[in-house]
Design a protein around this ligand. Structure first.
Ligand SMILES: Nc1ncnc2c1ncn2[C@@H]1O[C@H](COP(=O)(O)OP(=O)(O)OP(=O)(O)O)[C@@H](O)[C@H]1O
Ligand SMILES: [Mg+2]
Length: 469
């Protein structure tokens, strides 16, 4: 079976066609032999009956005694039967032997109402025989008397078998020829039918290494089109993945180019600096640039992993949203304190369970980006406040509210674009945080919306799909 699985399509087709064809041929041969046996039996039974009747013609009653004169043509049949042997016997109904083989048995000696020939399969001298028993009345034309006489003729079955086998062999030869012709036709047919496949593999072999353009399935047979459609889908997915990779490398190079140049200048300056205080200042500036560059690369990596064509898959699990938000807020408490921001947490789920289907690490990243933005853009002002809020109304939601400068309405959609930052932004950043937030939300089937905080500032809400419980 494994050989069949790995073998060529042509061989498979031939095997699948040949196996049932040969089975049908075997069945047909069996039926033919059966029919031939029946026909041979009928023909030879007729011959037996004819010779019995010919013998019966020569049975006469004369002066009270039965005489048998076997005509020549009755014996002629025996001679023509070269392959088998024929036995005959003529006896009176009372059992008196008249002529022939004395021990040839008469299976049923009852005298029939109608003088009809009866046929029997018997065993005689350890051989199977076909026997005909013909009852006849020998009449005396002078006295008009009559005597009951049995004429028995039997033969061995070789001739019947030979005839049936001859018919079978003739039929087999004819059918074998037919199968050979059909096989040849099928092989030619398969060769023609497989031509489009050869053409397709040739076209694929001739493609350039980086050619990911779709294949034209129009001229191909209907059966191959799904394969080509699958291939085209695969290449277009591959194309998108490669484009995403290329974009990532280009972005990473762009992100690193400036900070690396700046860092080099800062470190060279520090090296030349003779004043230790000035040197430390240049070094810490270079360190800040390095941190910024590494933050940029981290953001870029996060985003590239989250994009639909990244090839990464995400498995969601049951996550306790209020607990996750509380932990997230706690993690940011130190940073908030450093930037003199009053960071609060408000859980309006009334301690009722608020579970969502999510990825804990990605949700931490989402909340982290929102809290980071709020602290960074609202921080540094007097009375800066940031509140992380969770609720579970019709849908579970997470909100980060600040009282910073906010985002003008016309910019609220644009800030989700990669690398987009508000003009005049003095705070360091890569412009990728909100793009990451939107991708993580998309993976969770959630919606992100921005709205102004009452009295100034920005409130970002992430609305998760209803969990049904
Ligand atoms: N809470 C906020 N208040 C005011 N402006 C904001 C706030 N959050 C984001 N913005 C504006 O939207 C822009 C995009 O934000 P995003 O988080 O995508 O990038 P980033 O903060 O500049 O960089 P990154 O988060 O990748 O370090 C920011 O540059 C900022 O101008
Ligand atoms: Mg940000």
């Amino acid at each position: 079976m494994s050989a069949l699985r790995s073998s060529s399509l042509r061989r498979r087709l031939v095997i699948w066609l040949l196996a049932p064809l040969l089975s049908l041929l075997a069945l047909d041969a069996w039926l033919t032999y059966h029919r031939a046996r029946q026909a041979a039996d009928a023909a030879f039974d007729r011959m037996l009956a004819t010779s019995a009747r010919a013998i019966a013609e020569g049975v006469t009653l004369r002066q009270g005694g039965v005489e048998v004169d076997i005509p020549y043509f009755a014996l002629e049949m025996f001679e023509s039967n070269a392959n088998g042997r024929v036995f005959y016997r003529v006896l009176q109904a009372d059992g008196k032997q008249l002529t022939g083989y004395e021990d040839l048995p008469l299976p049923n000696a009852d005298w029939p109402a109608k003088p009809q020939a009866r046929f029997y399969d018997i065993r005689y001298r350890d051989e199977a025989l076909r026997l005909v028993a013909l009852p006849c009345l020998a009449r005396d034309i002078l006295t008009l008397g009559s005597a009951r006489v049995w004429v028995l003729v039997a033969e061995t079955p070789e001739s019947r078998h030979q005839l049936a086998q001859g018919i079978l062999l003739g039929a087999l030869r004819q059918e074998g020829l037919l199968v050979a012709c059909m096989l040849a036709i099928v092989l030619v047919g398969i060769t023609f039918a497989l031509r489009p496949l050869h053409g397709l593999s040739q076209r694929m072999a001739e493609r350039g290494e980086d050619d990911l353009s779709p294949l034209d399935a129009g001229a191909l047979p209907r059966e191959i089109r799904p394969l080509v459609a699958g291939f085209n889908q695969y290449t277009s997915r591959l194309q998108r993945m490669l484009a995403a990779r290329r974009r990532f490398f280009a972005d990473a190079a762009h992100q690193l180019k400036t900070p690396l140049a700046v860092m080099q200048a800062q470190l060279e300056l520090a090296q030349r600096e003779t004043d230790p205080a000035q040197r430390r200042k240049q070094q810490s500036l270079a360190l800040a640039t390095l941190k910024q560059a590494s933050h940029g690369v981290e953001q870029l990596l996060s985003l590239s992993r989250l994009e639909p064509d990244s090839g990464h898959s995400v498995t969601l699990e049951s996550v306790d949203l209020p607990a996750l938000a509380r932990d997230g807020a706690l993690e940011w408490a130190v940073v908030a304190h450093q930037r003199q921001v009053d960071l609060g947490f408000d859980d309006s789920t009334a301690a009722a369970p608020c579970l969502i289907e999510g990825h804990p690490m990605l949700l931490q990243e989402l909340a982290g980006n929102l809290v980071d933005n709020a602290i960074r853009y609202a921080g540094g002002r007097d009375g800066a406040q940031v509140t992380v809020r969770v609720g579970c109304d019709d849908c579970p939601w997470l909100e980060v509210e600040d009282n910073g400068p906010g985002i003008p309405p016309e910019e609220r959609e644009k800030v989700f674009q990669r690398f987009y930052r508000l003009r005049g932004n003095t705070v360091a950043g890569t412009g990728l945080g909100l793009a990451i937030v939107r991708e993580i939300a998309r993976l969770h089937g959630a919606e992100v919306s921005l709205r102004p905080t009452r009295g100034g500032g920005l409130t970002v809400r992430v609305m998760f799909p209803p969990t049904g419980g």
